[in-house]
Design a protein around this ligand. Structure first.
Ligand code: NG6
Ligand code: CA
Length: 508
């Protein structure tokens, strides 16, 4: 505008008059445009809504996670799309509801890549904006085309869907292959000791948790009775690759080092780091220096370990001088589970701790604790600390971050709620389809609606209410966050409207 021009001229004149040398001043346009912020996702595995002290836990203290919550925006209605890992990870990277992809369910370690290499992803979007892109940690989105030779380059994988650098574990800590994979190659593999992996049949002469309990140091409760690695019986059979096998108790330190190295080597350019920690998923294997520290058994100990790791990671950002130019998004892929298949004292030593907080259900559940998780955004000096009740979902990060970095890319189901993520608005999304082991339910405003599903009400092995019922369920979360009062019969009009809006998105 004219006024602005006059003002700028006046400023320039003043600068000249005060003897300010012109070469000391950047051109106005450049001075006004911010450098692109680094973006880091810190993604936990099975951390529940009540597992952090900032979210109300009293029996465990998580000071480094809390620092993100207290120095950034703490969302009280932050959601993963799903109550299990693979679908949530699919959604956070693609901005697309996982139920649109029938392969987006808990995958074995031999599953093919479930993200189409043509699919838009967060790292692809950022790459197009000049970002370096890296992933360190858990992948669990499949690798290869269905018949992987672990002794060759494993592809397609993270590097084929947008990451320039990947240092991953293929599936889960409890699934084979129990090796790290760097840019498609098994790290530390001895070519004379090739790896074979199979999820159906064991390899001749290889011990298993089922047949050789005397070789295990952690006992299986359900599942988890195939190949034994480091004394821990796993899901799936594996042979060979001795030198490449990871050390479970060193995993947290190992990934931390990789994440720190990534930050240090990319500090001079904008980068995106997807740092996917393995805690507190099973098997819970705290490093000896955290063993017994929580008084809550290994589940609590690995939460303390993860908290320490996050503190160290933050120190690295600070030391490298980039903390104030880095947006951190912290969340978890699904809600909590106490016994997920091993006897590890998690139940016995839980005490008064409530991993789901006041929420009903847990991992695998359509009740709130399945998908409502800790969710924070932190950007020192840029995001004003606060608590937000806006409903936000991990699926929204793609479109929102695109807006942040000046890209016009949009994810299929991903809403631009950047202002909510930045704490500038309390307006999030109004509705959300959540998913749990291929079943879906609906969140809208203050309401949660769960359609009828066959199947057990409770998964007895993990002791979690799954949300299955022969009737529709309708809850007003504003008055009834714990979903104790089914209003379906009392509020038939509300129910019908919810069903209609749900089916419009989901299809019948
Ligand atoms: C289940 C496993 C569970 C866990 C889960 C995946 C059994 C009986 N249970 O099938 O232990 O690995 O898959 O968790 O095998 S997730 O967080 O990666 O989705
Ligand atoms: Ca998980």
């Amino acid at each position: 505008t004219n006024l602005k021009n006059h003002f700028l001229k006046a400023v320039l004149l003043a600068l000249v008059l005060t003897g300010c040398k012109s070469e000391e001043k950047k051109p106005v346009a450049e001075a006004e445009s911010q450098p692109k912020p680094n973006i880091v996702f810190i993604y936990m595995d099975d951390l529940g809504y009540g597992d952090m002290s900032a979210y109300g836990a009293t029996e465990i203290s998580t000071p480094n996670m809390d620092a993100l919550a207290e120095g950034g925006i703490k969302f009280t209605k932050g959601y993963a799309t799903s109550a299990t890992c693979t679908p949530s990870r699919y959604a956070i990277l693609t901005g697309r509801y996982p139920w649109r992809n029938e392969d987006a369910k808990i995958l074995p370690g031999t599953a093919p890549l479930i993200i189409d290499t043509e699919q838009l992803t967060v790292p692809k979007m950022l790459k197009a904006e000049g970002y370096a892109t890296g992933i360190v940690g858990k992948w669990h989105l499949g690798l290869g085309n269905g018949n992987v030779d672990w002794n060759q380059r494993v592809s397609p994988g993270p590097n084929e869907v947008g990451f320039d650098y990947s240092y991953i574990l293929a599936a889960t800590q409890d699934r084979v292959p129990t090796v790290y994979i760097k840019d498609g190659y098994v790290d530390g593999l001895d070519p004379n000791d090739p790896i074979s992996v199979d999820y159906k049949n064991n390899f001749e002469g290889e011990p298993t948790g089922l047949d050789n309990p005397e070789l295990t140091t952690m006992k299986w409760h359900h599942g988890h009775n195939n190949s034994i690695v480091n004394g821990i019986p796993r899901i799936g059979f594996m042979k060979g690759g001795e030198a490449a096998k990871w050390s479970d108790v060193d995993m947290a330190d190992h990934f931390l080092t990789k994440a720190q190295e990534y930050v240090s080597s990319h500090k001079t350019e904008p980068f995106f780091l997807y740092y996917a920690l393995q805690q507190p998923h099973v098997p819970r294997t705290p490093h000896p220096r955290f063993k017994g520290k929580s008084g809550m058994g290994p589940r609590g100990d690995v939460i303390l370990e993860a908290d320490w790791v996050i503190g160290e990671f933050m120190k690295t950002l600070e030391k490298e001088g980039i903390l104030e130019n880095t947006l951190i998004v912290f969340s978890s892929d699904n809600g909590p589970v106490v016994n997920d298949g091993y006897y590890d004292d998690a139940e016995e030593k839980l005490g008064d701790h409530t991993p789901a907080g006041v929420l009903r259900g847990g991992k695998y559940s359509l009740f709130e604790a399945g998908t409502r998780v800790p969710f924070m955004t932190y950007w020192k000096g840029k995001i004003q600390p606060g608590v937000s009740d806006a409903m936000v979902c991990q699926v929204d990060l793609l479109t929102s971050l695109a807006k942040l970095v000046g890209s016009d890319q949009k994810g299929e189901d991903s809403k631009d709620i950047l202002s909510a993520f930045m704490g500038e608005s309390k307006q999030g999304r109004n509705e959300l389809v959540i998913e749990a082991t291929s079943r879906t339910a609906f969140r809208q405003g203050d309401w949660a609606m769960i359609p009828p599903y066959k199947g057990a009400a409770i998964n007895k092995q993990v002791n979690i209410e799954l949300g299955n019922d022969s009737e529709y369920q309708l809850y007003n979360l504003k008055d009834d966050m714990a979903q104790q009062n089914n209003l379906a019969a009392a509020q038939p009009e509300k129910l019908q409207q919810m069903i209609k809006d749900f089916e419009a998105i989901r299809g019948k």
